[in-house]
Design a protein around this ligand. Sequence first.
Ligand SMILES: Cc1cc2nc3c(=O)[nH]c(=O)nc-3n(C[C@H](O)[C@H](O)[C@H](O)COP(=O)(O)OP(=O)(O)OC[C@H]3O[C@@H](n4cnc5c(N)ncnc54)[C@H](O)[C@@H]3O)c2cc1C
Length: 391
Amino acid sequence: MLNFENTESAFEYQSKKELKKAYLLFSLLKYPFLVKLGSILTVIAFKMGLPIKSIVKTTIFRQFCGGETVDESEDRISQLAWYNVGTILDYCVEGKENDNDFEKTKGEIIQSIIKAKENQHIPFSVFKITGLGPSSIIRKANYHEELDDKEKLALKSIKKRVNEICKKAHDNQVSVFIDAEDSWFQDLIDELALDMMLTYNKKSAIIFNTIQLYRHDRLHYMKNLITKCKDSNVKCGLKLVRGAYMEKEREQAKINGYEDPIHTTKQDTDKDYNKAIDHCLNHIDALSICAGTHNEFSTKYLTEKMSKLNLKNNDNRVWFAQLLGMSDHISFNLSKNGYNTAKYVPYGPIKEVLPYLIRRAKENTSVTGQTGRELSLIKKEIKRRKSGNIS
Ligand SMILES: Cc1cc2nc3c(=O)[nH]c(=O)nc-3n(C[C@H](O)[C@H](O)[C@H](O)COP(=O)(O)OP(=O)(O)OC[C@H]3O[C@@H](n4cnc5c(N)ncnc54)[C@H](O)[C@@H]3O)c2cc1C
């Protein structure tokens, strides 16, 4: 029986010391002012070459990342695998702007595909289109603005990199998620994702596009995409998320005077997320899905819907995923009940991963209730172990 209150299975993999460390970290993340100040000071300290790497590495990096390299992430992969939780290696280097870096990122993603092929505990690979080319070109192409010759060449290189990654995934039969990003990049991402699905999803869902249900146009888009895939006789791969860039989206819409693409209320986002689950499960013969969420209600909703449709808990077309260091009570209780579950495990050099860490820290202050929930669950488990004298 699925029970997210079971903190024993949620934190079985963590020692008392590790739990206490996590408790301290989430206690600090509760304070937006501290997170803001800490983020600024950390970036400055790195720029000045101050020796703070080991502090970052043993605290927030350890909570949310696997390691600086794939090799360093091995312990985490094995630890999760022990509890039947898969790893999705996420090379988390962002904000690069030159060809060498884009090629390096492409190489890392291809390595993660090869690694996934060798290791049954790595069910997916993942990448962001903005990691493969200059964001200014992606933005221009997104709005079909005229490109000069140099820009055309840059766009061609992005498309080539995307195809190389997807072909590698197809040849190795490793499914790959294309992450969703800001709306000013998303049309181009959707276009590339569809192109890759039509090419590589003929037999099974190798390429997954991501649907952000905090956008009011996405449910409609998703339904059309499923129809398009059906009509073209290819499997549709979909990762369902709510969306990570709400504040930025609202701000840009306001500044530039266009309609806010995000739902007005959280309830509207929740409604669309659950409607997307309904629609996907009603068409499950044509697709594979991954629910990328820390929301308990949506997770339970999906498991109940699976049961109503007589799908097995481990039906290989339905996956659940959470981020490393967050919502272990969901991940480990799902896997304990036989559901296909995986964690995004970000990795990369600490300095490069900083923007990701800062986003996680901010998310843990801004997502209503998220930190409070993590804290109370960890507290409950520490108390349980204390009363049973468990280390
Ligand atoms: C495995 C995994 C993969 C992910 N991949 C991506 C990705 O590719 N692209 C991406 O953008 N995000 C991605 N995310 C992040 C995700 O979109 C959410 O930001 C995050 O998971 C929090 O949403 P939730 O469903 O977990 O739960 P909740 O805590 O229930 O929902 C919080 C979310 O609800 C929405 N929301 C909050 N307040 C409002 C409001 N007032 N009005 C409208 N909507 C509101 C926002 O999207 C917010 O993030 C991923 C998350 C996971 C776990």
